[in-house]
Design a protein. Structure first.
Length: 297
């Protein structure tokens, strides 16, 4: 594989070369003014947001997962390949926190959605097993109010059968009153179902796929050069002017197979000539047991 082909293939499959938890923002922190596009992930506590982010980044525990809901209480910026950010927003809807804390988390998310200059899209995670909750509907409406059209990721798809999948997708679409054509990706942290589709969508959304298409425009020029160099091969063989080359050139397009010309006796090496004469006279070489003498048959 040529170097440019390898590079293009790696970019197309979104190979994660580097990941860094670059910035962590708390309630009182100032949001960073980044220079790279951002995609944000929002979801109810314990919906599988950290597991999704780990799966997308090909990491096991960079985003901390926990059985205890409400673990993510900060806005976390993950720098991917130094070309984009995955932004992990605090989980919402956790019942065991005070109303005051909920309001603070809500202000954090609202401030981010309103203030980020590089935010390109918001992914909203919904547990595919259950009908969207009131908190899910409020978050969806809230994101729409901020000027974004949420992309839905239906997590924990391995918890239901393939037969149930269409009905549960429909349940989410109706429960959130989604607009026609709203992207919805079933995802499983166990099987990684939906991972490639999510990355492909993000590539197109952020314009990375357009850059790939531009890079592929160089391919025809590359192959044209190879074809031009290939045309030189027949000219090289014609210069040799051998009888075999002439016969091959004359009969390669016909139905009759072309035979190579026989060599004349004068062109044969001396050793080969001796073997031929000995064979014609019926003489064969004996083994070492017979003393290496030659006998007639």
């Amino acid at each position: 594989m040529w170097p440019w082909q390898r590079k293009w293939t790696e970019e197309r499959n979104m190979i994660i070369k580097s990941v860094e938890l670059e910035t962590v923002c708390g309630i009182t922190s100032k949001l960073p003014d980044t220079d790279k596009p951002e995609v944000a992930f929002a979801g109810k506590s314990n919906v599988g947001k950290s597991s999704l982010i780990n799966g997308l980044m090909n990491r096991k525990a960079l985003a901390r997962t926990s059985a205890q809901p409400g673990k993510t209480q900060t806005i976390n910026y993950y720098n991917i390949n130094n070309c984009m950010y995955l932004v992990d927003l605090p989980g919402y809807g956790y019942a065991k926190i005070t109303l005051r804390e909920k309001e603070k988390w809500g202000k954090m998310i609202e401030n981010y959605l309103h203030a980020s200059r590089q935010l390109r899209a918001v992914f909203l995670l919904i547990d595919i097993r259950h009908e969207p909750s009131d908190n899910d509907r409020q978050m969806y409406d809230w994101i729409v109010y901020q000027g974004f059209e949420p992309i839905i990721i239906a997590t924990k798809s391995d918890k239901i059968s393939s037969r149930q999948l269409p009905n549960h997708i429909k349940m989410i679409q109706e429960g959130l009153n989604l607009k026609s054509g709203t992207p919805l990706f079933p995802y499983s942290a166990l099987t990684k179902q939906g991972k490639e589709e999510i990355w492909e969508f993000m590539d197109e959304l952020l314009g990375f796929s357009e850059k790939k298409e531009e890079s592929t425009e160089e391919m025809p020029g590359f192959y044209e050069k190879k074809e031009e160099s290939a045309k030189e091969i027949p000219e090289f063989s014609e210069k040799k002017g051998s009888l075999a080359d002439e016969r091959y050139a004359a009969g390669k397009d016909g139905d009759t197979p072309v035979r190579k010309p026989r060599r004349k006796a004068a062109d044969l090496p001396k050793k080969l000539m001796k073997k031929k004469k000995a064979k014609k006279a019926g003489i064969k070489k004996k083994s070492a047991k017979s003393g290496g003498k030659r006998e007639k048959k």
